[in-house]
Design a protein around this ligand. Structure first.
Ligand code: PMP
Length: 496
């Protein structure tokens, strides 16, 4: 066994041999995690971090039942799905039992991106359509076909080599807080209608060009877009437009599925729709690569009818299926769905009550253990507090709490922990957040006092020495004092 590397050595080796576009969290001071358990991750000095973002390790990091299922199966058999095996059949049955309607045919894949790619193929063969509708800020995976429908990534493509294909139509994300139609001007039901009408408009346009719609795809709640909960009735209204045009509804449950919403197994269910195709991944294997596409017999038959067989070397292998079955066991045995509901409500209410003290919290939204805290500079204008969100994220990390930021402006604190989170964890999180926010306010007050003091000094000096220095813009990082040599005086070093 090779000796364990020091953190510095790991970092150097990684920088040398791992592609630069594979970014680290907290890149100025990355965390080296060596083990994890439940909702905690431990670094090389065995310091525990409370994990508020790992929706992949859904039932808790390294859950013993899941680990045992993987070990037991890998010792006995691992092969492809062209041989009959119980695990794939049992898993397909267990998954379809959780789904409504006629969603009873399962294809097993290995990642969310593969699931998206297959969903696109199924939709195309079934509808014979070419046109695809996707939400702004959406992310559906890293393979080329998924990138095509992922404005979140396409927009960051600086060399312009991956352009949005003409058959992809981007519609606004139904964000009622800072989207195109908001609660400032409209009621919830007007908002859902207006966003759904955007889909109707695209359909009219493509039909006028003699083209056929293939599908509409969206996450059931948009995670990358900044933890967006769609206005009530939105997906039902969209489904009507899409189905009337002969298209299919694809719901991406890769991040939000498997009970995270707390009231249902699937996040599209509170919206009262039944999609035609569902993709799932991340939480399905609790960290092990396994994903799936579920659809109807009809759509599956259209795919089969195109004459191509579907073979995926690892998709549906007995080990991955054993892992996914174990995840389903834990969700049920540990009542994780009701835990998500109870804790999600509790957490959201606590955050909402912090709004009384901290105007920087513009909006708290969520469903179960999927919560977003939208930080603003001003509640009236809803201007995003981008730098502040980043600072809070880093301060929380110093308090051993892992969060991330997201949304088009990266100003939304994302909360999506493993479902084994506890009430004590929520209390701890909220008291640390309160402490960090208070600190910021005190710091701001410090800065204001310092600046006022500086202004007084400069004015006094100007008056007595007939000079014309003035204080220019300031932040909590530095204060600029414009004198003859344009000196910048760091905070705390203001001359008295
Ligand atoms: N869909 C969504 C909504 C995702 O968040 C992701 C991954 N972040 C994917 C698809 C792609 O999944 P994977 O990284 O497993 O390929």
């Amino acid at each position: 066994v090779e000796r364990e590397l020091s953190k510095k050595e790991t970092l150097e080796l990684r920088q040398k041999h791992i592609g630069e576009s594979c970014k680290l969290f907290f890149k100025a001071d990355p965390i080296k995690i060596v083990r994890a358990s439940g909702q905690y991750m431990y670094d090389e000095q065995d310091r525990p971090y409370l994990d508020c973002i790992n929706n992949v390790c859904h039932v808790g990091h390294c859950h013993p039942h899941v680990a045992e299922a993987a070990c037991n199966q890998i010792r006995v058999l691992n092969t492809n799905n062209r041989f009959l095996h119980d695990n794939i059949a049992l898993l397909a049955k267990r998954i379809t039992d959780t789904l409504p309607g006629n969603l009873n045919v399962v294809y097993l894949t290995n990642s969310g991106s593969e699931a998206t790619d297959l969903a696109i193929r199924l939709a195309k063969h079934h509808t014979k359509g070419t046109e695809m509708i996707t939400l702004d800020h959406a992310y559906h995976g890293h393979v080329m076909s998924a990138m095509d429908i992922s404005p979140y990534k396409l927009r960051k493509n600086k060399d312009g080599l991956h352009l949005k294909p003409d058959y992809v139509h981007i519609v606004p994300c139904p964000d009622s807080y800072r989207g195109k139609y908001t609660t400032k001007d409209f009621t919830e039901s007007q908002i859902s209608q207006k966003y759904a009408d955007e889909i109707g408009d695209v359909i009219k346009k493509v039909q006028a060009e003699g083209k056929q719609l293939s599908f509409y795809i969206a996450e059931s709640m948009q995670s990358c877009g900044g933890q967006i909960i769609y206005p009530e009735g939105y997906l039902q209204k969209v489904a009507k437009y899409v189905h009337d045009a002969g298209g299919v509804m694809v719901m991406d449950e890769v991040q939000v599925g498997f009970g995270r919403v707390g009231t249902h197994y699937w996040a599209f269910q509170p919206q009262g729709v039944i999609p035609d195709i569902v993709t799932m991944g991340k939480p399905m294997g609790n960290g092990h690569p396994v994903s799936a596409v579920v659809t109807t017999k009809e759509i599956s038959a259209s795919f089969e009818g195109n004459g191509m067989s579907y073979f995926n070397t690892y998709g549906g292998n007995p080990v991955s299926c054993a892992v996914a079955l174990a995840v389903l066991d834990v969700i049920e045995k540990e009542n994780l769905i009701s835990n998500a509901k109870m804790l999600g409500d509790y957490w959201k209410n606590k955050l909402i009550s912090l709004m009384d003290k901290f105007p920087i919290i513009g909006n708290v939204r969520g469903n179960g253990l999927f919560i977003g805290i939208d930080l603003v500079k001003d509640r009236e204008t809803r201007e995003p507090a981008i730098q502040e969100a980043d600072q809070i994220l880093h301060r929380m990390k110093e308090e051993y709490i892992l969060l991330s930021t997201d949304g088009p402006y990266e100003n939304v604190l994302k909360i999506k922990p493993p479902l084994c989170f506890t009430k004590e964890n929520v209390d701890h999180f909220c008291s640390k957040l309160e402490q960090v926010l208070l600190e910021r306010e005190n710091n701001n007050k410090d800065v204001q006092d310092t600046v006022q003091h500086l202004v007084d000094c400069v004015e006094f000096n100007n008056k007595n020495n007939n000079s014309s220095a003035f204080v220019r813009g300031y932040s909590d990082l530095e204060i600029g004092l414009k004198t003859s040599d344009a000196e910048v005086i760091p905070r705390g070093m203001v001359p008295v």
